[in-house]
Design a protein around this ligand. Structure first.
Ligand code: GAR
Length: 199
């Protein structure tokens, strides 16, 4: 049997993107990879429950309680034999020490069309608020490799989403997730896993 890439997903919150990955694994959209570990930097994140429901091993690593936060993450990821790391709503910026350790092996999903509304300080609803404040008519989501520049790594996939009159950050976030994030994140993960397993 062909080896599957071992995927670790890093989360902080609700975990709807994690759920999209779990569902994509079940439906066969992800066939060259397997989610083997979920790490949260927030105790009690609902994403942990989603992982447990799917029978996936979980770990929680809290930055303020962990003297060498990134060192501990690296340790857990290596113990797991991780090939691909997915940042799925992971709200902590990782330094070059971490990103260079897993070069071209870390993917992030960001809820805008990079290079708009991205970089430090742009996360979650703030991204959608910024798009609405600017008055753009089209936004979307981007999946990219992670390097030492926040949201600055090579783009893997993007998908555009239209802004509707009367949108709030919440309605826009929901549309961007449904029409873009939950589609391009699993497809990107499968693409990278396939490249890794096929060498
Ligand atoms: C998603 O919209 C994701 O793109 C965003 O946070 C949300 C997490 O939702 N990530 C960022 O803003 C990273 N800069 P989820 O926990 O339900 O997947």
């Amino acid at each position: 049997m062909v080896r599957k890439a071992r995927i670790a997903v890093l989360v902080s919150g609700g975990g709807t993107n994690l759920q999209a990955l779990i569902d994509a694994q079940k439906s066969g959209i992800i066939s060259n990879g397997e989610i083997t570990l979920v790490i949260s930097n927030k105790a009690g994140a609902y994403a942990l429950e989603r992982a447990a429901n799917a029978g996936i091993k979980t770990e929680t690593v809290i930055k303020k309680d962990t003297p060498d936060f990134e060192g501990r993450l690296i340790e857990l990821l290596e113990e797991n034999g991780t090939d691909v790391i997915v940042l799925a709503g992971f709200m902590s910026i990782l330094s070059e020490r971490f990103t260079s350790h897993f070069e071209k092996r870390i993917l992030n999903v960001h809820p805008s069309l990079i290079p708009s509304f991205c970089g430090e300080g742009f996360y979650g609803l703030r991204v959608h608020q910024a798009a609405l404040d600017y008055g753009v008519k089209v936004t979307g989501a981007t999946v990219h490799f992670v390097n030492e520049i926040p949201d600055g790594g090579q783009i893997i996939m993007q998908k555009a989403v239209e802004i509707q009159p009367g949108d709030t950050p919440e309605t826009l976030q929901k549309r961007v997730m449904e029409q873009a994030e939950w589609i391009i994140l699993p497809l990107s993960v499968e693409k990278v896993c396939k490249e890794i397993t096929e060498g």
